[in-house]
Write a protein of this length. Structure first.
Length: 221
């Protein structure tokens, strides 16, 4: 199945470079480009790509604001993969809170970029491995102040789902969770699907955000 991708970056040379990389992969099709946040929002509405690679710093409407607008649309099915040269936590937190499905540093290699796009398209979400654990823990700490009452899912999570959600919050992959729990990856995927349905999260990354925000999962040590 072909993954449709849009690119949003204010630098033409960066967009061109990303297009060259993406078009080397037979399972990815670039369907459009945007030079600022406003164009990115309109591009997503017009093309409905599976994934949009979104720069954080852009003139007019920045990437985080554009992401917030895109994910607020109840008809939206596009996953947002944030790309940035900045490793500052505030940008990562802003992207997570805006509803981004992934975050990758622009210094990542080509294969990491392609894998991140595929992960977001599958609904898994992704964080650059250099950021995952530190970011999720710090995100939990920042949102661990005066808590509002937890927003319980429509159907309570099972003990196994809570266990898997906890491991997702530690940044473990499907295969790593399977190894930890001595179960098949297909079993993990089945439970993750149940978690997403019950929490209303679009992907595993946002399920982790939901868990931290609502105090369902404690901060990992």
């Amino acid at each position: 199945m072909t993954i449709t991708v849009a690119i949003a970056d204010d630098q033409a040379i960066v967009r061109a470079g990303l297009r060259v990389i993406l078009e080397t992969s037979p399972d990815i099709e670039v369907v459009g480009e945007a030079s600022d946040g406003h164009e990115a929002v309109e591009l997503v509405r017009a093309k409905r790509p599976d994934v949009i690679c979104m720069d954080i710093r852009m003139p007019g409407l920045d990437g985080i604001s554009a992401t917030r607008t895109i994910t607020a649309d109840p008809q939206n099915t596009t996953g947002v993969l944030m790309l940035t040269t900045f490793e500052l936590d505030d940008y990562v937190f802003g992207a997570l809170e805006a509803g981004a499905s992934g975050f990758l540093l622009k210094g990542a290699d080509e294969e990491s970029l392609l894998d991140a796009i595929r992960s977001v398209a599958r609904g898994d979400g992704t964080l650059d491995q250099r950021l995952t654990r530190r970011v999720l823990v710090e995100f939990a700490n920042r949102t661990a102040g005066p808590r509002r009452p937890p927003t319980s899912p429509a159907v309570p999570l099972t003990a196994r789902e809570t266990e898997i959600l906890t491991l997702l919050c530690e940044g473990l992959s499907t295969s790593e969770i399977g190894e930890r729990l001595f179960v098949e990856s297909t079993t993990v995927k089945y439970h993750v699907a149940g978690i997403l349905t019950k929490t209303g999260a679009r992907d595993r990354l946002q399920a982790a955000v939901w868990a931290f925000r609502n105090g369902v999962v404690s901060v990992p040590r």
